[in-house]
Design a protein around this ligand. Structure first.
Ligand code: MLT
Length: 396
């Protein structure tokens, strides 16, 4: 009989956001007509920018005419999309060639798929609290996981040390779930560590657009030595509202190699085998994000989410609980009041004020006792949730 992948048995019985959805659905079924305020999963609430919509429509029309119709595109990305992304990096002072950009259908897909490049015997370092897909994708791949817990004392930003025995490192900045952002100095330490060890950094930059402090790095390629130690995985999901549209990109420098093999060539081989790329229509829509008009319009949406963060921060200040994030990230990471456990706090908010957040324990054991709010909801829901939170928890 065929032997199935034994590592599925090592996964938790359900993925974090599925568990939250199941609890929420059960509550709604038992309380019909309830208005739930959803600040759990980081799903955007604002529509795509008008420049993107126009470009999507034009691309659909292109597919209706023989002269403009597109069949298969290059698997690693349409030249116009790769150029648009690379131009965007170059505009931020990061030297990159167009073909170092690979199109993807989103960061979460890519963070798992990219593991194909590494031997199953290589160990993955996961700084916790962490986005649970890093752990689950590594478990499915049968990879050894090295956990590096972090806490308030380091601002949830751990430092490398030569005693860490890992080959692959997931770094997420701004961090999901804590909202913490690596400083240039600390990121430099990780890059130096990776170059010394011959490790590879998988840099998840899905939230880079939320960084407002100019001295903080938005790309790992702002750091010396990153071109020989890092892959950057990015997405238009949070940047431009593509959670339901699906588009992202990955940057692999041409000189990144280990053991004489270039990762760029390996990923090209992988993509040309395993995918036929992303549709022309989506890549056309995505390219519009990087135009001047697109950038102005996505910034307008980001400003709405940032205002939501301020609303929630004000509420948490009033109730006097410890929190971090919100300033350079679309997540707030708060300490559960009265030493409560994070799933109990989840239940309390759901049952008493119909607010849905994400329990910190879902991001790793060291997240226990903390709770995450997403700021991607509508301003009306966020304001109402903030009012209910203050009423429930009382002024501090
Ligand atoms: C989250 O809420 O952590 C993210 O939205 C999940 C995701 O991007 O897949």
């Amino acid at each position: 009989m065929i032997e199935l992948n034994p590592h599925y048995a090592e996964l938790k019985d359900s993925y974090l956001f599925r568990r939250i959805a199941a609890k929420t659905e059960a509550y709604c079924a038992a309380h019909p007509g309830t208005r739930l305020l959803r600040m759990g999963i980081g799903d955007v609430s604002l529509p795509l920018a008008p420049a993107v919509i126009r470009s999507l429509h034009e691309a659909v029309d292109d597919q209706a005419q023989i002269a403009t119709f597109h069949g298969y595109l290059p698997e690693c990305g349409a030249p116009f999309f790769r150029r648009a992304v690379a131009d965007h990096y170059r505009g931020r002072g990061i030297a990159l060639s167009d073909d170092e950009v690979f199109v993807s259908s989103g960061a979460s897909d890519e963070l798992g798929d990219i593991l194909d490049l590494f031997s199953p015997s290589s160990a993955a370092l996961i700084m916790e609290p962490a986005y649970p897909a890093y752990v689950d994708a590594s478990v499915i791949a049968g990879r050894r996981i090295v956990r590096l817990p972090s806490g308030e004392e380091s601002g949830f930003l751990p430092s490398p040390s030569d005693s860490i025995d890992a080959d692959l490192v997931y770094l997420c900045s701004p961090n999901n779930p804590t909202g913490a952002v690596f400083s240039r100095d600390l990121l430099q330490k990780w890059v130096d560590w990776a170059n010394r060890r011959g490790a590879i950094i998988l840099f998840d930059a899905a939230y880079e657009v939320f960084i407002e402090d100019h001295e903080l790095p938005r790309s790992i390629f702002e750091i010396d030595g990153a071109r020989t130690s890092a892959i950057e995985i990015c997405s238009l999901s949070k940047t431009a509202g593509f959670t339901g549209t699906r588009l992202g990109y990955t940057v692999i420098p041409l000189e990144l190699e280990r053991g004489g093999q270039r990762l760029h060539a390996m990923w090209t081989r992988n993509r040309t085998t395993k995918t036929n790329g992303v549709s022309y229509i989506l890549q056309k829509g995505g390219a519009a994000v990087f135009t001047e008009e697109g950038q102005r319009q996505i910034r307008e949406n980001i400003a709405v989410y940032k205002q939501n963060a301020k609303t929630l921060m004000k509420a948490l200040d009033r109730v006097g609980v410890w929190y971090t994030g919100g300033k350079n990230a679309p997540y707030l990471w708060m300490k559960c009041p009265d030493g409560m456990n994070s799933w109990d706090f989840f239940d309390r908010l759901l049952h008493e004020i119909q607010v849905v957040g994400t329990p910190g324990e879902g991001f790793g054991q060291c997240g226990e006792g903390y709770f995450r709010f997403s700021t991607f909801g509508s301003p009306e829901d966020t304001e109402e949730a903030a009012r209910r939170l203050v009423k429930l928890l009382g002024e501090g």
